[in-house]
Design a protein around this ligand. Structure first.
Ligand code: GZL
Length: 312
């Protein structure tokens, strides 16, 4: 019994000895805040000592934080990479220091030899699901779409645009007339939507807004209402993340569809990391999280209640 006990102890002790550095992008959206909440919870439950660094959406701050983690000699590093390029040098330094790196929720344009695995959704598929919902909803009516892109150069912005365009290709009645970054924030999403409304006959010529995340969609909804139009009917609203507030809008008929993105990227990441550090088991280079469409028919009030206390 005592040997089992000490084995158990050593197991717990092992996780407790693990120190992980986490370079988080910032707190630009409700979804990002939830990812941080869940990651801190997951680390606590597993006895992992998590060193957290918020980069205020600046890549140079992320690179500085990663260098700091390397200097501290952490056991592993998590990075949510704000943009897809510019990571080769610092990841090569982590590799030289034999510190495994796991990417959370965004991919990078670099060799996958430079990281252990990436835990992300299929962002092209998310854009496709959003586009397919609109295709189905508008049928053969003319529909001029305005697009609020995520952070310029980020993998979700690139991929969600690609997927949406694939879905509407071949449906010439649906066109994207304007497309601009709202940097994944409510404030910018509202500002850019205001400019789209001004440019499109007070918004009367806009049939739908496709926002790469719900926070920009919530900002757009405010702009649509301030222009005296009805979001969800005069202008359809489709976005991605499935944060609680988009379900409040849906329950009011002010938003139409969202594609769910789980904030729990850290759970799968810590699972494979603990195994890799314990016995060298290599995880797949990509661990894909699920994507699910929600529309007004999916009990938005009930979904809001189920999500409202999850740290968004
Ligand atoms: C997507 C993630 C995006 C969210 C936004 O995987 O990186 O970043 O969709 C967040 O809410 O800003």
């Amino acid at each position: 019994a005592s040997s089992v006990a000490c084995l158990m102890m050593s197991g717990a002790a092992f996780a407790a000895d693990m120190t992980v550095g986490f370079s988080q992008i910032g707190s630009e959206s409700g979804w990002r805040a939830a990812e941080t909440t869940v990651t801190l919870q997951q680390a606590k439950e597993r006895g992992i000592d998590l060193k957290f660094a918020d980069a205020q959406q600046k890549q140079e701050n992320q690179i500085k934080a990663v260098r700091g983690f390397i200097a501290q000699g952490v056991d592993a590093i998590l990075i949510a990479p704000v943009v897809a390029t510019g990571w080769e040098d610092v990841l090569a330094e982590a590799k030289d220091a034999e510190i495994p790196v796991i990417l959370l929720d965004r991919q990078i344009d670099a060799s996958d030899e430079l990281y252990l695995t990436a835990v992300t959704s299929d962002q092209v598929f998310e854009g496709k699901v959003a586009g397919e919902w609109l295709v189905k909803d508008v049928g053969d009516q003319e529909c001029k779409v305005v697009e609020l892109q995520g952070t310029t150069g980020s993998s979700p912005a690139i991929n969600r645009k690609k997927g949406f365009e694939e879905a509407i290709a071949g449906h010439d009645n649906i066109t994207i007339s304007r497309s601009q970054t709202g940097d994944f924030t409510r404030t910018k999403g509202k500002e850019v939507m205001e400019s789209f409304i001004k440019a499109e006959n007070g918004g009367k010529d806009i049939c739908a807004v496709y926002a790469h995340n719900d926070d920009m969609a919530v900002g757009a909804i405010q702009a649509i209402k301030e222009a005296g139009l009805k979001p969800g009917s005069d202008i359809k609203v489709v976005s991605i993340d499935a944060v609680p507030d988009i379900f409040l809008a849906m329950a009011e008929g002010e938003a139409n569809a969202t594609v769910e993105l789980t904030p729990n990227m850290a759970g799968p990441a810590f699972d494979v990391l603990e195994k890799y550090l314990a016995d060298g088991t290599m995880p797949p280079k990509w661990i894909q999280t699920e994507s699910k469409l929600f529309t007004q028919g999916d009990d938005p009030k009930g979904v809001y209640e189920s999500k409202k206390d999850l740290g968004y």
